[in-house]
Design a protein around this ligand. Structure first.
Ligand code: AMP
Ligand code: MG
Length: 481
């Protein structure tokens, strides 16, 4: 174990065969400067950052470490298989908290690595500001996510479509192992090495799976369930990840790699903001289909370990993946019913959800605020009172609500599941633009309000307004490297 005065590092990943990583060092940057430190996260992980200069020195200047590394992986990007790897990321080490929880401490944007292919290994300050803000917002929305520990300005100007400032994010995650890591092992490594990765992952993330008769099959099942829970949560708050490639699908069930992500305003399942998502592959409503597709790639990668007879192995893996649709339906409708205050998940109640979503789409209603107005009991005021379909929907809803629970229980459930504030696209853009020029006032305000997303306050009201239709018409997100 290497201990310094900030992190308590171990390097268990380096026990894997060396095909899985490359030892790497950060670039030297001209004038690095810390612009954000997440003090609360430092405290909760027992990371003691005494001052900004020490931090900069530790992560950039004193880069004589022999154990920082970049991970090898592959992945299906927009459906096409590619060999990848951390092209602009370095894991400084695995920090152990006082209660022995293990977290990767990763720098993103710290320069070229052996996996950079044609890229410069850098990240723009703007894209890292975005990842910082949204990953923290997701955490406070109670959705598993990578966290953001610090943000540095590198002092460099980097070339993108325009000249941009460079940034480096320190990202914290339970582990950066992804579906693409398993695809890499299955395409390019021996069966023994695939096995090493599988049991390393089980021991690190799900040690209880060792007790199962068929641990690789149990791993598949566990990852599928965790991903269903995760994407159900995305649908709960209107989050579009935007680039659900298999290399961006974590095995730990955490949301990560916030590139072209956004939040829907008006409900539209076909909504996609990403400038490169030409076929709407990663649109809001397609996310469940895509996660099933990604889990199928994970299943394929595990096939050599599930059973020595390939046919039998396919049968076993298929039996897990075949449960996806039913599980999805149960979890998704269960969550959506909670959003309208109903704890009880029954098939008969599902049309209440489908009808409400149809209604929102037909009348261009804001997704988040429509649910919120239900818990506020001013739904009619916020909707179209003289629309007959809708009045009859409301009657049906109230009847079910009264049959199944009392209104205060229902209200409690709705408040837990319907955030008051979400990161509205126009505010996120404005905060990032201003912070990029050195004015962090809106960025801090937004970060602060998004740290209590379920709490009503007079202040919250200023952040609840949906992005205007004009803004939404022109708003595009970029992979933003
Ligand atoms: P992402 O879209 O961030 O998930 O990245 C996809 C792949 O491209 C990963 O292997 C990244 O490491 C790599 N990549 C993205 N941007 C850069 C860059 N500026 N330089 C080198 N590699 C990059
Ligand atoms: Mg990625």
């Amino acid at each position: 174990m290497q201990t310094n005065n900030m992190f308590n590092f171990e390097y268990s990943y380096l026990s894997l065969p060396n095909q899985f990583y490359s030892l790497t060092k950060t670039n030297i940057f001209p004038k690095p400067k810390v612009v954000l430190i997440n003090k609360k996260l430092c405290d909760s992980l027992n990371i003691s950052i005494s001052n900004k200069e020490d931090l900069t020195r530790l992560i950039l200047v004193k880069n004589n470490r022999n154990s920082s590394f970049s991970q090898a992986y592959a992945g299906h990007q927009f459906g096409h298989f590619t060999r990848l790897g951390d092209g602009r990321a370095i894991i400084l080490g695995e920090h152990l908290t006082n209660d022995k929880q293990r977290f990767d401490v990763q720098l993103k944007g710290s320069g070229k690595t052996p996996y950079s292919r044609g890229g410069d290994g850098k990240a723009t300050l703007k894209s890292m500001l975005r990842e910082y803000l949204i990953s923290e917002a997701m955490h406070y929305l109670n959705i598993p996510s990578s966290r953001s520990l610090t943000l540095l300005k590198t002092g460099e100007q980097i070339k993108r479509e325009n000249i941009e400032k460079g940034g480096i994010l320190t990202r914290i995650m339970k582990s950066h192992i992804r579906v693409g890591t398993f695809e890499y092992a299955s395409y390019y490594c021996s069966k023994d090495n695939l096995k090493s990765l599988t049991y390393y992952t089980i021991n690190r993330l799900f040690p209880e799976i060792n007790e199962y008769k068929n641990p690789p099959l149990a791993l598949l099942n566990r990852v599928m369930k965790d991903q269903i829970d995760l994407v159900v949560n995305w649908m709960r708050v209107g989050f579009i990840h935007g680039v659900m490639n298999t290399d961006n699908t974590s095995i730990s069930g955490e949301t990560f790699d916030y590139g072209p992500c956004a939040f829907i305003n008006v409900y539209n399942p076909e909504k996609s903001y990403s400038s490169i998502d030409y076929n709407n592959r990663y649109s809001f409503g397609n996310q469940p289909k895509i996660i099933k597709w990604n889990i199928s790639r994970f299943a394929e990668a595990l096939l050599p370990l599930i059973h020595q007879n390939r046919k039998k192995s396919i049968e076993l893996a298929q039996s897990v993946v075949d449960d996806f649709d039913d599980l999805w339906k149960t979890k998704f409708y269960g969550m959506m019913l909670n959003k309208i205050g109903i704890q009880y998940n029954d098939l008969q109640l599902h049309p209440l959800i489908d009808d409400l979503l149809d209604y929102m789409q037909k009348f261009n209603k804001d997704y988040n605020n429509t649910f919120l107005s239900l818990s506020e009991d001013d739904f009619l005021k916020n909707t179209i009172p003289n629309d007959n379909t809708f009045i009859s929907w409301q009657r049906k809803w109230k009847k079910n609500l009264n049959n199944l629970s009392n209104f205060s229980e229902a209200n409690c459930l709705m408040r837990k599941n319907n955030p008051v504030v979400i990161p509205r696209n126009h505010l996120v853009e404005k905060a990032i633009e201003e912070a990029n020029t050195g004015d962090f006032s809106l960025f801090y305000k937004l970060l602060n309000i998004l740290s209590h997303p379920y709490k009503y306050s007079s202040n919250a009201v200023n952040f609840m307004e949906p992005s205007s239709s004009d803004f939404e018409k022109n708003f595009q997100t970029y992979c933003g490297t």
